[in-house]
Design a protein around this ligand. Structure first.
Ligand SMILES: *Cc1c(COP(=O)(O)O)cnc(C)c1O
Length: 473
């Protein structure tokens, strides 16, 4: 028996599919899934065989399909199990980053989640006016709440803030110029960059000022007969430090008013929390921004608002009315899951008692260091009871998700040194990702840091079991 002859005797996909052993698999999983799984199994087997020095365990390869299925039953079960698992799954965020774009930004609270489930499992009055018995407004559930909470005259919601920007530029600046500071020509991520969005929206970008300084007179000088909109973009994912100047929203509003040009503020991350100033002193709240009299304002639903992915637009009745008629509004419309979640989120904001309990990110953000220390110490005791060593250290949490740049906050982390278990930090990190309920942590100086801040108490058990699985091996 040599390797070459074994390779020659590897059964073909076709012969495996035609064999009797395969027919019940096909009945159970369907031809397509079985073909895929067999392909994967054959390719794994080839790799193993290439690396093998002892060929005895592969002797069955010369005995035909029946022996092949018998020898590879476990392999196939494993492959089917992995392939049947949904790809999108919950993960444990032990990074201490509150809004992680890769991890779905803001998680939804219990009440919002329950409401989404209820609305989508049934028909609903999504666009039906139950009082009048005729077609209704898609935004009926959220527009009045947004106006009540912010004091805005009118409101609408689109798919995300990127689409809000595109929609507003297209409606208000199409065929003309939008004036924006060079210090605010941001890239938000991927291919979303202000200059490119302008082009797509059909308007010309009129840049003013310099990267670090833009004065009111720069805007004044830029205004001409083609100017259709003044745009201000919140520096939400970077910070300018040192020698810098930007024109305030108030100054811009006065200029816009004097010139009869609308002013739009892309706020990025919209804060409605009434006590946000004590939590995030440098971030402007939605109410503050609106109070300057800006004509249009937009922000994300899943950043510091703490809700579903959405782009929320506030403004005058007239301005929102125009936007509602723009064809992009139809293309960017939100679905019932988003609206059901958003309605419950906004209802939580109506009751200050409910904010921290119903909106997970504020629950996490407002956890005191003392409470976090008590939870972490308790967790370290549970680790110790299972024979794992963890140590509590001071660390910094982050807002993340393109919000509140440079504003980190004090947090705590449990450090585990993988050297004590004879594995590398990279290997631990890989195993944590491969868990059925994956765990994401930080590596610093070859050690693993687990911050419990963004982890629900009911997830601690999952974290514990995951760590035992990874370090227990
Ligand atoms: C995040 C952000 C956006 C994009 O918002 P999404 O909801 O992610 O589409 C646009 N503008 C600013 C200033 C932002 O911070």
């Amino acid at each position: 028996m040599d390797k070459n002859s074994l390779f020659r005797n590897l059964p073909s996909l076709d012969s495996l599919l035609r064999s009797e052993e395969c027919s019940f698999l096909i009945q159970r999983y369907g031809l397509r899934a079985v073909t895929e799984a067999l392909r994967e199994a054959i390719s794994e087997l080839r790799k193993e065989l290439e690396a093998a020095t002892d060929l005895a365990p592969y002797a069955y390869l010369e005995e035909g399909e029946e022996a092949w299925f018998e020898a590879n039953a476990e392999r196939l079960i494993r492959i089917f199990k992995v392939n049947e698992e949904p790809i999108l799954r919950p993960v444990i965020n032990a990074t201490g980053v509150l809004l992680h774009t890769n991890l779905g930004r803001a998680p939804l609270g219990e009440m919002a989640g329950e409401r989404v489930k209820k609305i989508i499992s049934s028909y609903s009055n999504l666009e039906y006016d139950l009082t009048r018995g005729r077609r209704g407004e898609r935004y009926q559930a959220v527009e009045p709440l947004l106006c009540r909470l912010t004091g805005a005259e009118a409101a609408m919601v689109v798919n995300n803030n990127a689409s809000a920007v595109l929609l507003i530029l297209n409606e208000f600046a199409r065929g003309g110029e939008a004036v924006v500071s060079r210090g605010e020509l941001v890239e938000i991520g991927g291919s979303f960059r202000v200059p490119e969005i302008m082009e797509l929206a059909g308007c010309r970008l009129h840049e003013v000022g310099t990267s670090n300084k833009t004065h009111l007179r720069d805007y004044e000088q830029a205004i001409n007969e083609n100017t259709k909109l003044l745009l201000k973009v919140h520096k939400s994912n970077f910070a300018l430090v040192g020698f810098q100047a930007e024109t305030s929203l108030e100054e811009l509003k006065n200029l816009a008013k004097a010139q009869g040009i609308p002013l739009y503020f892309d706020l990025g991350s919209g804060i409605l929390h009434p006590e946000a100033k004590s939590i995030l002193p440098a971030e402007p709240s939605v109410m503050e921004a609106l109070s300057t009299g800006v004509d249009l304002l937009s922000f994300s639903g899943d950043k510091l608002l703490g809700g579903p992915q959405a782009g929320i637009i506030l403004g005058s009745k007239e301005a929102i009315g125009r936007l509602k008629k723009n064809p992009y509004t139809r293309a960017f419309r939100v679905d019932k899951m988003c609206l059901a979640a958003l309605e419950m989120l906004l209802r939580a904001y109506l009751d200050p008692e409910k904010i921290n309990s119903e909106i997970p990110i504020y629950n996490y953000l407002c956890t005191s260091i003392e409470d976090l220390a008590a939870r972490s110490d308790n967790f370290i005791d549970r680790l110790a009871a299972c024979g794992l060593d963890g140590e509590l250290v001071e660390s910094r949490g982050e807002i993340g998700g393109g919000s509140a740049p440079g504003q980190d906050f004090p947090s705590l982390a449990i450090v585990i040194d993988p050297a004590n278990y004879g594995i590398s930090a990279q290997e631990v990190e890989r195993r944590l990702r491969a868990l059925e309920w994956p765990i994401l942590a930080c590596i610093r100086h070859d050690k693993l840091y687990f911050d419990l801040r963004c982890i629900r108490e009911c997830e601690e058990e999952v974290l514990l079991r995951g760590l035992l699985e990874v370090f227990g091996d």
